[in-house]
Design a protein around this ligand. Structure first.
Ligand SMILES: Cc1cc2nc3c(=O)[nH]c(=O)nc-3n(C[C@H](O)[C@H](O)[C@H](O)COP(=O)(O)OP(=O)(O)OC[C@H]3O[C@@H](n4cnc5c(N)ncnc54)[C@H](O)[C@@H]3O)c2cc1C
Length: 407
């Protein structure tokens, strides 16, 4: 019988939420070998949700976004290679090349490179057009907001919505440009998307739907945004929040299967032996919903990193055989003091949604979504406790009628 390879060296590519969670999980499960954390950014792992919620407002200083204290990181005994993106992975030689030309051998590697913000091309010399993915992005946007600009937010998803909310909190004029007829309607359907859009309308945002950006214009600095319907929006700052792209360019040609992310089996294994993936970058078949997808949410990055480590250790004879990773997606967003939470996979079809709780005084709303006769999703606005049982029921594949009977 072939001898099982020994696990002495683990390389984690991507020093963020999934990466640090994986390192902690390895140590917590008794792995005493070498762990190297490779990070493209110069920062130690920091948390992204507070960037749009607390950092832009000035409420938090940058160092408060650190995911772990210096002492906690020291206790993990990691080797750090920060500020150097990995540029190549050779799954046969089992080594990774960094931008400075150095290489690092591994027995097992975990890919946690996340995503980058999708861009709208604009003239290179034009300042004032931003995306929000990194701490440095957030600091640059905060500096721009401090100059009291006229703000254009491109994209009515969660990140755009949170930027719009912060700009309005500062009393700035904000125009939101959204390609869909109703913001968020691709994920939540028109009715619940409108509920989210109403938050912005009530707070004085000029919401323009069904239009896209044709061009950013100005003389070195942004002055206006030209829209696809011919209208122009005067703006000194544009924040583009039109989704993200998995950070997999560096793996092209490596032989690792890529398809809108790093393709994994239900146990977080990539197509290359000894290489695993977790977090925003991983795409796999979620057996709970029967779909192959990535999940770009905080909770998934943590849970999937732990699952991937479980598989890795089991593959090297250091743990029990893992269960397929099949979570209920969960995301939250804070806007204008309202908390929006989404669990599962809501369907955009009008007949798939049912509002089961509404309180006009507090704006509290809970809506549930079905796929056929199964509960598959839930949305809560200002009703965190009411969402909890539906998260559990989605995981249990509860029948729609049974879910509706629970009040
Ligand atoms: C502004 C903002 C607000 C958010 N708010 C919420 C929220 O309220 N709720 C929620 O559920 N989710 C939220 N998210 C999403 C959440 O932050 C992500 O799901 C989570 O960060 C994913 O973690 P990750 O470790 O998989 O990837 P990331 O956090 O994206 O980290 C990937 C890391 O890999 C590094 N990297 C990339 N390529 C390479 C390479 N070639 N070599 C080395 N390193 C590389 C990157 O620099 C990055 O540090 C938000 C995201 C943003 C940007």
């Amino acid at each position: 019988m072939a001898e099982r390879p020994r696990l002495r060296r683990v390389a984690i590519v991507g020093a963020s939420l999934a990466g640090i969670t994986a390192a902690e999980s390895l140590r917590a499960r008794g792995f005493r070998g070498d762990i190297t954390m490779l990070g493209a950014e110069r920062h130690r792992p920091y948390d992204r949700p507070p960037l749009s919620k607390h950092l832009l407002s000035g409420g938090w200083a940058a160092d408060r976004t650190q995911l772990r204290s210096t002492e906690a990181l020291a206790g993990l005994d990691l080797e750090w290679r920060l500020g150097q993106p990995a540029v190549w992975l050779d799954p046969v030689a089992r080594d990774i090349t960094l931008a400075d030309g150095s290489t690092l051998g591994y027995d097992a590697a975990l890919l946690c490179t996340g995503t980058t913000a999708r861009q709208i091309p604009h003239p290179a010399q034009l300042s004032g057009v931003h995306t929000l993915r990194t701490l440095d992005d957030a600091l640059a946007i905060r500096t721009a907001l401090d100059r009291s600009p006229r703000v254009a937010v491109v994209g009515g998803g969660f990140i755009g919505a949170e930027v719009a909310a912060e700009a309005r909190r500062r009393g700035l004029s904000v125009t939101m440009v959204e390609a869909l007829p109703v913001p968020m309607s691709r994920g939540l359907g028109q009715r619940m998307g409108q509920l989210c859009a109403d938050l912005h309308l009530r707070h004085g945002v000029d919401v323009r739907c069904g239009v896209t950006v044709r061009a950013f214009e100005g003389d070195r600095r942004l002055q206006r945004v030209l829209l696809s319907d011919g209208a122009t929006v005067d703006a000194d700052l544009a924040v583009v929040g039109i989704g993200s792209v998995p950070a997999t360019d560096w793996l092209s040609g490596s032989g690792i299967e890529l398809d809108d992310g790093v393709v994994c089996d239900p146990f977080c294994r990539t197509s290359a032996p000894g290489v695993y993936a977790a977090g925003d970058v991983a795409r796999w078949h979620n057996g709970l919903f029967g779909v192959r997808a990535r999940i770009e949410h905080w909770t998934n990055a943590r849970e999937q990193a732990i699952a991937a480590v479980g598989t890795m250790l089991a593959d090297y004879g250091a743990g029990d055989a893992p269960a397929p990773y099949s979570p209920v997606p969960y995301v939250w967003s804070d806007q204008y003091g309202s908390r929006i939470q989404v669990a599962g996979r809501p369907s955009p079809h009008a007949d798939a949604v049912r509002v089961i709780h509404r309180d006009d005084a507090t704006d509290a709303t809970v809506a549930v979504y079905r796929d056929g006769d199964t509960l598959v999703g839930a949305l809560a606005v200002n009703a965190p406790k009411l969402l909890l049982p539906y998260r559990r029921m989605i995981a249990a594949r509860t029948r729609w009628e049974d879910a509706l009977a629970v009040r």
